[in-house]
Write a protein that binds this ligand. Sequence first.
Ligand SMILES: [Zn+2]
Length: 147
Amino acid sequence: MTIKRLTPQFVEHFPEKLESGELYLAMEFATAAHLCACGCGNKVITPFSPTDWQVSFDGETVSLKPSIGNWTFRCRSHYWVRSGRIEWAGDMSQEAINAGRKWDAQAKARLQANRSSGLEIAPPKPEAQAETQAPSLFGRLKNWLGL
Ligand SMILES: [Zn+2]
């Protein structure tokens, strides 16, 4: 049976058996789970992160960004969760899937590059300052001591 809506259920842990039409949100683990909206019974896990899914809760309903593309399932269903409603996306070509995967990998690589370059850029500054200051300070100390 095709699912038309997902009702948010905020849980600490995912139950062993998910009910269809429920979107389980384990915010502590920044992950949601639901059964595939086509009714095939496959469990769909959507972790939340800047490069995975973003969730928005308006107090009643939940939206997920980007779309849910279950290409690993036999049903290959692809849909959006907008304000708790399932909105079916058109069939995705393998090319589009690959492009999406490539984009995802690139986004992840970019994020990681940003993170590591941020770490690399930050520390040299105090060191460089210490290096330029140390000799002059030492020099001034030498002058002051008359050495
Ligand atoms: Zn399915």
